[in-house]
Structures are given as C-alpha cells and as structure tokens.
Design a protein. Structure first.
Length: 139
C-alpha cells in the first residue's frame, strides 16, 4: 500500500501514518527477528493475547521488550494477524515486510514439467504428431 497524499481526492487521509508529528504513535515498523515496538520513545509494543494483538506499555514495568511479539517474516499465520491490524484503528499500522517466502516461479515449474515429459516420452516430433491418427485434406 502506498500512503501518498492527494490534495484533490484524499487530502490528509494518511497524515497520522506519514507525518513526523504523528507517525511514531501510529506506525510499527516490521523488522525480522525484532520485537514490535513503537511510540515516540519506543515505550509501547504489541503483545499477542491468543491470536489477538494488543498494545502494551513497556514504561510502567508490567511488560518489558521481552514480552512483546517478535516479528517473523517467514510465519504465514503472523502475516495474517499483522494484515488484520490495518483494519483496527486502536492498533498501530504495521509497515514493512509482512511475509517473505522462497518459492519456485511459474516459469521454473513449467520448465521442470516439460523436461520431465521429454525424459519420459522423448523430444517429440511435430510433423509426426500432425500426421498421426485420422487426417484429412481440404481443397
């Protein structure tokens, strides 16, 4: 998602997420392997209550950084939880890499499938294929 201001259609719509005065309180930056902290003095964090993210203070002594949710960009379940946070106004907006998975591309899988078929059936002959079975000539 791109938070770009448009003076005509959505002037100020993303102010709380983009401006220096409000961004620290409303955005949590996702970094793999690091706890989800935010706030002007990094005094707030996200803790999971079951599968529900909640905002806690690390300033009052009840919670520490060790109690906070640690971002794992390889965890698909966590990526859904983080994506859902964008729909909850009481929670900070997560920004960064939600999910990073290594998977084969469509092109690589298709090439592999073609190579396997060639091993089983041979290279193939287009002329033979077109002239096999029932054929007819149109004049």
């Amino acid at each position: 998602e791109i938070y770009q201001n448009c003076n005509v259609f959505n002037d100020g719509a993303f102010f709380q997420f983009t401006e220096k005065e409000s961004k620290d309180e409303n955005v949590v930056f996702l970094e793999h392997g690091k706890p989800l902290v935010f706030g002007k003095e990094k005094e707030k964090g996200i803790k999971l209550d079951g599968f529900t993210p909640t905002v806690v203070s690390t300033k009052d002594g009840k919670y520490s950084v060790n109690d906070l949710l640690v971002h794992n960009e390889k965890d698909t379940t966590l990526s859904f939880i983080l994506a859902d946070m964008t729909m909850k106004p009481a929670l900070p907006r997560p920004v960064g890499i939600f999910l990073s998975l290594e998977r084969p591309t469509y092109d690589d899988m298709m090439t592999l499938q073609i190579d396997e078929a060639k091993k089983k059936r041979g290279e193939g002959d287009l002329e033979k294929l077109l002239n096999s079975g029932d054929t007819w000539m149109i004049n």
